[in-house]
Design a protein around this ligand. Structure first.
Ligand code: PLP
Length: 378
């Protein structure tokens, strides 16, 4: 990333922290941690340290940390694996889940006859009705914070309501880990998914926190690693790198969150002052770096192209999955009209964001939206 780029897509991924790069390099030649010889034991000890560090930071026991290859894998193991061990065929989810959860739940409905109930959300994508949790289910799943709007969900209330029915709860905390304090035991979740690249760790590494019981059954079979829940040789370097990144993220969290939220609020105020007719889709409680906006009359893809040409990297707030700019299921669930939602942008600020990034974008946004609102680009 050069100095002239203004990277505002930290929810997609955030640059690797130097401590994570160093930890990864240091352990990049680690052998199989299952080896019963000196170098194997040394690799195992690095892995054990990473597991202990992560457990400590997340309020979990080391045995509850299951290393995975991604947040997507952690979500899939939890959802498919908790469904598998239950006699019940109900699944409670929400209308705003990331595809890693949404598609896993839909797969259970299609292939396993799961009966799915979805918790609705309000205009700012906060879960608004917990009634579907009042009947027992194989599992309930809810994201900690939404990846598009940043909305933080009422997880303690959801877990309490589910617990009253004996329903295990999976929390997709991929956007939240490293950005808000999380205490796994205090929360009472059954499983919780995290992904290293969201807080400055390596891509392709994550973990699932899984209580001893009920524990999800494995969706892969193999060598029995990670309590058999995620068999396969663990990448020691990535685990050490992830633990280093999480340690730094948690240590800096309070100070960084205040700094980032300040920049985000400034950006919001400047955009609202510069552009007419803007709908703000992010509302408290929300992650500090998220700012999701709709610009009725503009088109998200056009704005992204114009911003990209100016060196501003952001995401369309209307995730187009098949190359067609359609409104995302999240905006739809929030009740946003198609004509508004299609012109959405998601700016996500993070640890490399500066006041200069904010000022640069604020100076150009009116021109970008104005051009995109012109008939030719709509
Ligand atoms: N869940 C949420 C809420 C996410 O934001 C993401 C990534 O964008 C994922 C799951 C998937 O994580 P990964 O990229 O590690 O597969």
């Amino acid at each position: 990333m050069t100095d002239t780029l203004h990277y505002l897509d930290h929810a997609a991924t955030t640059p690797m922290r130097q401590v994570a790069v160093e930890a990864w390099l240091k352990h990049s030649s680690a052998v199989n941690p299952g080896g019963q010889y000196g170098s194997g034991r040394r690799a195992r000890s690095v892995l054990d340290d990473a597991r202990e560090q992560i457990a400590e930071l997340m309020g979990a026991d080391p045995i509850e940390v299951i290393f995975t290859s991604s947040g997507t894998e952690a979500d899939n193991i939890a959802i498919q694996g908790l469904f598998e061990i239950s006699e019940n065929n109900r699944v409670v989810s929400t209308t705003i889940e990331h595809p890693a959860v949404k598609d896993a739940v839909e797969k259970l409905a299609k292939e396993r006859g799961a009966e799915v109930a979805l918790l609705p959300v309000d205009r700012h994508s906060h879960v608004s009705d917990l009634t579907p949790l009042d009947a027992p289910a194989a599992l309930a799943t809810c994201m900690y914070a939404n990846n598009e709007t940043g909305a933080i969900q009422p997880i303690p209330e959801i877990i309490a309501r589910a617990a009253a029915q004996g329903t295990p709860v999976h929390v997709d905390a991929v956007q939240a880990v490293g950005r808000v304090p999380i205490d796994f035991h205090g929360l009472g979740a059954t499983t919780l998914a995290s992904s290293a690249h969201k807080y400055g760790g390596p891509r392709g590494a994550g973990f699932l926190l899984a209580k001893r019981s009920p524990a999800p059954s494995a969706i892969l079979v193999g060598g029995g690693q990670e309590r058999g829940i995620r068999p396969g040789t663990v990448d020691v370097a990535s685990a050490a790198s992830m633990a280093a990144a999480l340690t730094e993220a948690v240590t800096e969290m309070e100070q960084e969150n205040a700094r980032i939220a300040g920049l985000r609020d400034d950006l919001q105020a400047k955009i609202l002052a510069a552009v007419d007719d803007v709908r703000v889709n992010t509302a408290e409680p929300a992650l500090p770096g998220h700012l999701h906006l709709s610009f009725p009359g503009a088109d998200g893809d056009s704005m992204i192209m114009l911003l990209d040409s100016l060196g501003v990297e952001a995401a369309t707030g209307s995730a187009c999955s098949a190359g067609v700019n359609r409104m995302s299921h999240v905006l739809e669930a929030m009740g946003v009209a198609d004509s508004e939602g299609i012109g959405s942008l998601r700016f996500t600020l993070g640890r490399t964001t500066t006041a200069e990034d904010v000022d640069y974008l604020a100076a150009h946004i009116a021109d970008v939206v104005g051009k995109a609102r012109n008939a030719g680009l709509r």
